[in-house]
Write a protein that binds this ligand. Structure first.
Ligand code: ZN
Length: 604
């Protein structure tokens, strides 16, 4: 299969793609575009951006007919067929395609039509620069195989088959580039967009993180090179994993400038994101649910295992930062406490299990509305806490002989390396084998049920103290190091809401189940106007509320659409849903050894 992709009109965000089918299906060749991209479980119907598809064979125009929203059928023809179409590319995300005069980015799922029946044929792609001198300094970043192209150059690239073709996103731009080595394999960092980042610093921080994951699994999967591709923007965040690369988006201010010593919160988040996507190189790109082998990209693919593929990956992403010495143990605990806080604040975890959250990702997790905190649980956050609980449980049961690391290595050897799909429930069996105990009650309670693991007790065993308190303010996300627990915070009056600024007004984004606001009839979308006759503003809302005692009766005026309504609210006490974690200074030598083994602190 031969494709040529050409940014024909960058200013109009249009790629031209050509596809040559040498031996079309005799009964009429069908071509289609995926409805979703692996790693992002939402139907996106990329075909909506295909414009002007035409087919010719030896100078003769062929009739092309739509079969369904993503499929075309070309009239019977002996071949070869030359297809030409345009793709509108103006989605600045890691999931789709984006093109203007500053750069071109695409995922194969957005631009390469699948030739049905020939998806296992090798593919060649001619990646062509836009016309004009303005683009003379553009280069190409991708992990597609090079056939006739210099490193980072335009020209011919290859893929083993269609599945491989769509798993190597491509960036064309005058980007920044730096390279480091992990396990003898070059790892490239490519930054597009305006930035002032210290590329050497990125290399010196990413290298030990990558090496730590390679050491944990025992080897890097076979690949020629790995690519961290980042689009730098004013304000953005996101990442998508691929078999030998990742597409990332981050905020300019998150990246370190020259001579910046400390790891800022934003930079820690960026390193955590890189760590997360790199871990996926094993966990989900090679260790895959059976339901994804092969992917059916025309319709939803269901699995209850995303807690393992996203939750375990989320557990190891920040753990990789402390294990590689990028952040101190207390800094790791602060991040963990924030995750715990996010989970504790979601009452949806009492209604939806993590296994069901995975299964329903298509309609719930990826389509969140104002009721999401009350209705769903995240297989990322609660999944990562199940992974933590599982790790600490295995360590406890095996007296430190084994850990979740052993489960991951076993999954890599039995499923990832030979590329065999992991059947539903299999990870639980492997975990029980490694723990040398039947863990079905563990999974029934935390994964299939609605219970929270007893992390307070489990963390105590590894020398970490757990504190639960009320939030100090709306911006308090937990993970603070406090000298003592402040009892007054527990008595703060609370409405049970999350607000957003809306044209200078205080608008309710979420109204939590059984909170004071919900009991009084306030709803998400309501715009607050006054409390007890005094005007509510963005700046005075929290201070105003803090003056009331728990149990106080207040009258809130709010607009619902254009109708002014009043609500009698009885304030409740703020829930104890904010977690802090602290290194236990009194921990015994045995406990300290367990903590060091968990965080691998003795290595540095
Ligand atoms: Zn992920």
């Amino acid at each position: 299969m031969f494709y040529r992709i050409f940014p024909i009109r960058p200013e109009a965000h249009v790629f031209q793609v050509q596809c040559r089918i040498e031996h079309p299906n005799a009964g009429g060749q069908r071509v289609s575009l995926p409805a979703w991209i692996p790693g992002s479980y939402m139907i996106r119907d990329f075909s909506k951006n295909i414009l002007e598809l035409s087919a010719i064979s030896e100078g003769r125009s062929l009739c092309v007919k739509r079969i369904d929203k993503s499929t075309w059928e070309i009239e019977e023809c002996a071949g070869p067929i030359d297809l030409t179409y345009e793709v509108y590319a103006w989605d600045l995300s890691v999931r789709s395609a984006h093109l203007d005069s500053t750069h071109a980015y695409f995922n194969g799922t957005s631009v390469f039509l699948k030739v049905e029946g020939q998806e296992f044929e090798p593919c060649t792609v001619d990646i062509t620069p836009p016309d004009g001198e303005a683009y003379d300094d553009w280069r190409v970043a991708t992990t597609l195989g090079r056939v006739d192209a210099e490193l980072y150059g335009f020209g011919l690239y290859s893929a083993f088959d269609y599945d491989d073709l769509i798993d190597h996103p491509v960036e064309m731009a005058n980007f920044s580039l730096a390279t480091f080595d992990v396990a003898g394999v070059p790892h490239d960092i490519v930054l597009s967009g305006r930035h002032d980042a210290d590329m050497d610093r990125l290399c010196s921080d990413l290298k030990p993180i990558c090496e730590q994951h390679v050491a944990m699994f025992g080897e890097l999967p076979a690949m020629e090179r790995y690519l961290f591709m980042t689009m730098v923007v004013g304000d953005g965040y996101g990442g998508l994993e691929h078999r030998s690369s990742t597409s990332l988006m981050c905020s300019r201010s998150d990246l370190p400038v020259k001579n910046q010593q400390e790891v800022s919160e934003g930079y820690q988040q960026y390193l955590g994101l890189c760590s997360h996507e790199y871990f996926h190189t094993w966990n989900v790109k090679r260790i895959k649910p059976l339901a994804y082998l092969p992917y059916d990209l025309s319709t939803e693919a269901y699995t209850r295992q995303l807690w393992a593929f996203e939750g375990i990956t989320s557990y190891y992403d920040d753990l990789g930062l402390v294990r590689s010495g990028r952040i101190e143990p207390q800094r790791y605990l602060n991040a963990l406490a924030k995750t715990i806080t996010r989970v504790l604040r979601g009452r949806g975890r009492f209604k939806q299990s993590v296994a069901d959250s995975s299964f329903d990702a298509w309609t719930k997790f990826y389509r969140q509305d104002e009721n999401a905190p009350n209705a769903i649980v995240s297989y990322y956050t609660k999944g990562s806490l199940i992974a933590l609980a599982l790790d600490l449980t295995i360590r406890e049961f095996t007296k430190g002989e084994c850990s979740l690391d052993d489960v991951m290595r076993r999954l890599w050897c039995d499923y990832g390396k030979p590329l065999v799909g992991v059947p539903e429930g299999r990870i639980e069996v492997i975990a029980s084998e490694i723990a040398q105990r039947d863990l079905s009650h563990f999974f029934d309670a935390y994964l299939y049920g609605h219970e929270d693991p007893d992390l307070e007790k489990m963390l105590k065993n590894v020398g970490v103290l757990w504190r639960l308190r009320a939030a100090e303010s709306a911006s308090d996300k937990g993970g603070k190091v406090l000298d003592k627990m402040d009892a007054d915070l527990a008595m703060r009056a609370d409405l049970g809401i999350k607000t957003v600024q809306d044209n200078g007004n205080v608008k309710l984004a979420n109204v939590f189940d059984e909170g004071a606001a919900q009991l009084a009839g306030l709803s998400a979308g309501d715009v607050l106007v006054a409390i007890n006759g005094l005007k509510v503003t963005v700046s005075n809302f929290e201070p105003m509320l803090s003056r009331f005692a728990v149990g106080a009766n207040i009258e809130i005026y709010a607009f619902r659409r254009d109708e002014l309504m009043s609500f009698d609210v009885v304030l409740k006490s703020a829930p104890l849903d904010t977690c802090d974690l602290i290194l236990d200074a009194q921990a015994s030598a045995v406990v300290l050894a367990a903590r060091n083994a968990w965080l691998e602190c003795n290595n540095h």
